[in-house]
Each structure stands twice: as structure tokens, then as C-alpha cells.
Design a protein around this ligand. Structure first.
Ligand SMILES: CC(C)(COP(=O)(O)OP(=O)(O)OC[C@H]1O[C@@H](n2cnc3c(N)ncnc32)[C@H](O)[C@@H]1OP(=O)(O)O)[C@@H](O)C(=O)NCCC(=O)NCCS
Length: 195
């Protein structure tokens, strides 16, 4: 599988990677199945769609961030049931070092969720590469916008997301809040990217 334009010579983490031209990207035609696996500009790192056998590693990867409140808790059942929404970054030894998911709410709107990079791999471009892959997938799906609810808005604002009012999104988006331990002291902000 050839490398995607979003992982081109500018390198993961650069602004250019976030603007894949759909018409120039013949690989971007069938969701993760054809979009991924894709090499990342980091040596030995590959992005691919998640599979059920990744679930134990996803749980380990996300656990510390669930503990800090940066990620919502996800049950094993929920991960298995929605595994096709997830993309993972695989390190040189085949281990899962990062993940993210695209949760579709309607023909127009999806949420970028569960973005996490293993602590020893952070600030190396993995998160940016995952974000770019999820945005590319959202474009392939013809979505109009993607939102994220985050305590790290800077990560998203860097690549063109804009702050948004949480109340502008459909109520079902907030269904997740019911199972969040921080529901009464939420400090997440909404950011949105028009595609
Ligand atoms: C947020 C997270 C996914 C970023 O992953 P990462 O691999 O460290 O990010 P990258 O190295 O690809 O960084 C991409 C760009 O975002 C910037 N960035 C990374 N983390 C950032 C943060 N917390 N705030 C602001 N900017 C950030 C980087 O400096 C880089 O900018 P550059 O392109 O100008 O160099 C990672 O820190 C993480 O897993 N955090 C814990 C889980 C979490 O909070 N997830 C919530 C996200 S909704």
C-alpha cells in the first residue's frame, strides 16, 4: 500500500498533512480498509484500522488517560462493538502505541474520540498522524464537520479546528456525558473542523 499524501515529505505534525486533496488521493475511497495501513513519517510506525485482537492493548493504552480524566472510560464490550471506528498506530515491534476513533452521529457530523498516544511516544508526531488519518476518513465519508470534546484544545486548534459552543451539537453527542465521572465538573471544550 502506498503512502498517503497526508504522510508526505513534510512529515507528521506539519500543517500540510491535514489537507489531503481528495481528488488526488485514489487510495481514499473505501474507509480504513483502503486508507490504511499507511506508513507514518516516523520510522517503523504504521497506521492501520483496529482489529479485535487490539482490544487488550487499547485498554492498556487508554487506562492512564481514563484515570486522569482525559479520556472517557470505555468498556471491553464497547471497544469490541465499535472496533471498526478505531485506527491504531503500531510501533516498530508491532505494538499499539496510539489510537483514535471516528464516531459518526449523522451524515454530516462525526466526533473524533479516544485519541491517545503512549507516553513514551508523545510529541513525536504520532497523535498528529492519527488525527490526520481520522480527518481523511471523515472526508472520504463525505461528512460536513468533525467535532472533538477535549481538555487539549491546542492540539486541535493547531490544525484548523475552531472553538465551538457545546450546545450547538445534537443531544445524542452528550449521551457519553452520562457515563463520565466528571459530568458535574466538566472542563472539556468543544472544537470543530469544517471539512
Ligand atoms: C493529545 C495527544 C494525543 C497528542 O499526541 P502526540 O503524539 O503527543 O502529538 P504530536 O506529537 O503528533 O503533536 C502534533 C502537534 O500538536 C502539538 N501538541 C501535542 N500535544 C499538545 C497539547 N496537549 N496541547 C497543544 N498542542 C499539542 C504538538 O506540539 C505538535 O505541534 P507541531 O505540529 O507544531 O509540532 C497525546 O498527548 C495524548 O495521548 N494525550 C493523553 C490523552 C489525551 O489527552 N487525549 C485527549 C485528546 S482529545
Amino acid at each position: 500500500m502506498s503512502a498517503l499524501p497526508i504522510f508526505g515529505e513534510q512529515g507528521a505534525g506539519s500543517r500540510e498533512q491535514y489537507a489531503p486533496a481528495r481528488a488526488e488521493s485514489p487510495a481514499l475511497n473505501g474507509g480504513y480498509g483502503s486508507l490504511l495501513p499507511a506508513p507514518c513519517s516516523l520510522p517503523g510506525v504504521v497506521l492501520r484500522g483496529a482489529v479485535l485482537s487490539d482490544v487488550p492493548q487499547l485498554e492498556v493504552l487508554m487506562a492512564p488517560y481514563v484515570a486522569t480524566g482525559d479520556l472517557l472510560p470505555r468498556s471491553n464490550y464497547d471497544l469490541c462493538r465499535h472496533i471498526k471506528e478505531y485506527v491504531v498506530a503500531e510501533g516498530p515491534a508491532g505494538e499499539v502505541i496510539g489510537c483514535g476513533s471516528l464516531k459518526v452521529y449523522s451524515r454530516d457530523l462525526a466526533e473524533l474520540a479516544a485519541l491517545a498516544v503512549r507516553a513514551d511516544w508523545q510529541r513525536a508526531g504520532v497523535g498528529g498522524a492519527l488525527l490526520a488519518a481520522l480527518i481523511a476518513e471523515a472526508r472520504v465519508q463525505g461528512l460536513a464537520e468533525v467535532l472533538a470534546l477535549t481538555r487539549k484544545p491546542g492540539f486541535f486548534l493547531k490544525v484548523g479546528f475552531a472553538p465551538a459552543e457545546r450546545e450547538h451539537f445534537p443531544l445524542k453527542v452528550w449521551a457519553d456525558c452520562a457515563r463520565c465521572p466528571r459530568q458535574n465538573c466538566c472542563d472539556e471544550v468543544a472544537v470543530v473542523l469544517r471539512l
